[in-house]
Structure formats: C-alpha cells, structure tokens
Design a protein around this ligand. Structure first.
Ligand SMILES: [Zn+2]
Length: 83
C-alpha cells in the first residue's frame, strides 16, 4: 500500500469516529477520486462499520467492540486489500 493510501485509509477510519477538518475531507475526497484501492477500502470500511452499528443496536449488551478490537479488524482489512 502506498504511503498516501495509508494516510487516506487512516482518515477514512477516523471519519467514523470524529469530524474531519475541511482540509482532511478535501484530501480524502481528492484521493478517492484518483485511487480505486482506497475507494474499495472505504466502502468495505463503511459496510463493516454499518454491520457493527447494526449488531450493536441489536445486541447492545452482548457485543461491545473496543477501539483496539476495531483497529485490529481494520488492519486485517487493510492487509486483505493489500500492497
Ligand atoms: Zn489510495
């Protein structure tokens, strides 16, 4: 994975946790226009996130993913999408 892609995948992941600054949003969107890998990564990420949100709303007490567990899943995803 290219350096720029790594940064962008981090931004895409951060965007689920916090509001990105205008500059960060710009950087993210601009890169997504050019890079199919990151587009794929982001849509996988969003599907994953939606799945988590769904599971959480259904089983609020049974399944709580810690930030660390989520990071590990994201790293797994990044690896799958590959270099
Ligand atoms: Zn990229």
């Amino acid at each position: 994975m290219k350096h720029a892609c790594r940064k962008v995948s981090r931004l895409a992941s951060d965007a689920l946790d916090r509001k990105l600054s205008p500059l960060e949003r710009l950087r993210l969107h601009f890169h997504l226009l050019l890079c199919v890998n990151c587009r794929n990564f982001r849509s996988s990420l969003q599907r994953l996130h939606e799945t988590f949100e769904h599971i959480r709303s259904v089983q609020a007490h049974e399944l709580k993913l810690t930030k660390d567990q989520r990071r590990r899943l994201l790293m797994e995803l990044e690896r799958k999408l590959g270099d």
